[in-house]
Design a protein around this ligand. Sequence first.
Ligand code: ADP
Ligand code: MG
Length: 339
Amino acid sequence: LLAGCNEATTATRAELKVSGPTMGTHYAVKVVGDYPGGEPQLQHDVEQILQRIDHQLSTYKPDSELSRFNQHKATTPVTISQDLADVLIEGLRVGKMTGGAMDITVGPLVNLWGFGPDKRPTKIPSDAEIAAARAKTGLDKLHVEIGSETATVRKDIPDLYVDLSTLGEGFAADKIADLLDGRGIKNYMVEIGGEVMAKGVNPKGECWRIGINKPTDDPAGLNQELEEIAHLCGKVGLATSGNYRNFYEKGGKKYGHTINPITGYPAEQDILSATIIAPDCTTADGYATSFMALGSEKARELKKRVPEIEYFIIYTDSVGNYKTEHSEGFTQYLANKGR
Ligand code: ADP
Ligand code: MG
């Protein structure tokens, strides 16, 4: 895999770069060499995909395809786009692999805790409120069917509410990668809100370098101090989840945006940040959130069952020490190998 990186050409090649706001975050796409129509066309094509996906998956847009399904308070099937069906199927697949730690039906709890479109609660939700929201969740209550012409989705209970926030950025990165592959682009890097899909090499002919931030409490995201740099060659997706950007404090306690679907409370785990490398970014995105929800011990177990992922985690050990750890297969992505 790394051989390609070592055959670096010394000449720096031209790079096209486009970026902008999207889905409440920021995107950046870099293409080495040419793109038909140049930067303006690249920007146009990328933004068209981003807008389409936002219109399919957003829970912040009341008229998105997903919001319309969430508002459909009935158990009859709803016809959906192939894209929405694909993300739902991947969400269900990863959810099942994680024993429900990653749960795309966790929306009612996300909203109750103030990490969705609803505003922050003024007080910590009561056990009764949590139980009521939990009763509206469950991966087994969501069914997707792909027919020859159309796809449909249906819920067993009218109140089921799907939240694809954890997969949306990764999925959008994958779709932009599909666009670039379709245009015959061999070397590119797509980044959406920190989730990355990279292929080939950068303009210097080296692997793409992606920084893994130190997880310092920093809602504004201004702290860019790096813990590590991942070197991506070949075609891989990388996603990082952490609770250090999106959290709030109440009564001296910190509540982060990863919910443990089993307890109904924000997951209080030892992992501060989880970076996952997988063949595609949707998968990486899903497992990164899973790691946050599971904690390091169960995450290590999960990795044994899921050979397609490699991880790099930052966590606090039982005596409060700051630690980093990565799977054996992640070593190939680190510059200083063998650590
Ligand atoms: P980030 O990359 O910003 O850390 P994630 O990709 O981990 O974010 O997604 C976090 C979002 O996913 C939350 O804001 C919430 O909407 C949703 N979410 C929270 N807990 C879960 C869970 N256990 N399973 C699936 N989605 C979740
Ligand atoms: Mg995620």
